[in-house]
Design a protein around this ligand. Structure first.
Ligand SMILES: N[C@@H](Cc1c[nH]c[nH+]1)C(=O)O
Length: 383
């Protein structure tokens, strides 16, 4: 029956999984609040044009028409609406926003991922200094700390690394595009063929190693430092060093990796990009970066911006593996409400059993595999 099934890529959530999402969102909102961020709420439905700057392949949105025939979408991203708000309202930067909400990204069928994801994030608008990136890294890692997530790795990269290098290569534009996609797809036979023509270039050694330019921060940096120096790239390396020192000074247990052949997670990034992972899952915990040009899609003026979003579902699943203590059931008579109410308030692991009689209460306790506490005969629960 169709009315019992859900659209592909969606799911119902209940019990601990759904509650943990609330917990994660509230812990993160507390963190944002304490650091002086202001809340911003935008609609779930927006005009499709707001999201034009996104990578079409990754972010196919759910579409619909309004009553005037204009195309609307369920938002596939929460950063673009912030840029729209800034441009539409004329709110003066600098400003630090936070938000929590769902994004909708149509994934390939059978990909195993869901099309609705909950995010909680911040956007720092109007601060060009690298302090803004460091503040985002601080929030990302403090958030993980507040949720007790251990074994965190931060992967650093730069959205402009690939293009800065490609512009220096003696290749035609179409070949540069091909080289870029061969690198992203890790299609080494295609990649090797494309770099064959550049054996005599001063970049030849680097080009050979490029697909392997990922790994622990110190390994990749050591490799990089031995290659030709290019001013734009030297600046990026300097930023990587500052970010890595900042992370290790403040979070000595966090691992740092560098990936210089990865595709930027979002088209709109223009500088440092970072993503967090835990050693027990391949899902990202948080993802962010600098996006100085995004507001130009909505207005004349360029405004500096950096932000990040936490993957609330991923973080909740992470916590779900560790927790879930079943509650004991408290059976009581209707004239014992006050007593039962007090006990439930005092004992966090007790929940009221609303059964009519003790037999029914016993059946429920057995079926749920939890302990039954019976005060209907005047007894007291053991604490
Ligand atoms: N919107 C980005 C995360 C981000 C927030 N701010 C900057 N980047 C994402 O969903 O991946």
């Amino acid at each position: 029956m169709d009315n019992l099934s859900l659209p592909v890529g969606t799911k119902d959530q209940f019990g601990a999984e759904a509650q943990l999402q609330d917990y994660v969102t509230s812990q993160l909102s507390d963190l944002f609040n304490h650091r002086g961020y202001e809340k911003l709420k935008t609609p779930v439905v927006e005009f499709a044009s707001v999201f034009e700057p996104l990578q079409a392949d990754n972010y196919r949105p759910y579409q619909m028409l309004d009553d005037r025939g204009r195309t609307l979408v369920l938002r596939p991203d929460l950063t673009l609406p912030v840029a729209r708000v800034m441009s539409a309202t004329g709110i003066e930067p600098p400003v630090k926003w936070y938000y929590t909400g769902d994004v909708f990204r149509l994934k390939k069928e059978l990909s195993g991922s869901y099309n609705q994801e909950t995010q909680a994030g911040v956007e720092i608008i109007g601060y060009p200094d690298f302090k803004a990136e460091l503040e985002c890294l601080m929030i990302a890692l403090k958030g993980c700390q507040a949720l007790n997530i251990s074994g965190v790795t931060v992967q650093l990269g730069d959205a402009k690394f690939i293009d800065s290098l490609l512009t220096k290569l003696p290749l035609t534009d179409p070949s540069k595009q091909e080289l870029r996609s061969a690198l992203f797809e890790k299609n080494l036979s295609k990649y090797d063929k494309l770099i064959e023509t550049m054996v005599d270039s001063k970049f030849s050694q680097f080009l050979k190693e490029w697909p392997w330019m990922f790994g622990t921060f110190s390994e990749v940096m050591t490799k990089l430092e031995s290659f030709v120096s290019i001013p734009e790239i030297d600046e990026m390396l300097q930023r990587f060093r500052v970010a890595a020192d900042f992370i290790s000074d403040n979070f000595p247990n966090v691992e740092i990796t560098l990936d210089l052949s990865m595709k930027s997670p979002q088209n709109y990034y223009t500088g440092l990009i970072f993503q967090g992972f835990s050693n027990s899952s391949s899902e990202y915990l948080f993802s962010g970066g600098r996006y100085d040009d995004l507001l130009k899609n909505f207005q004349q003026n360029q405004i500096s911006a950096v932000g990040l979003a936490f993957n609330v579902d991923g973080l909740s699943r992470h916590l779900l593996d560790k927790k879930t203590v079943a509650k004991r059931l408290l059976f009581f008579n209707s004239d014992q409400w006050q007593e039962a109410e007090k006990l439930v308030l005092e004992n966090q692991d007790l929940t009221m059993c609303l059964a009519t009689d003790i037999e029914e209460a016993r059946r429920i306790a057995v079926s749920k595999g939890v302990e039954l506490v019976d005060i209907s005969q005047g007894g007291k629960p053991n604490e």
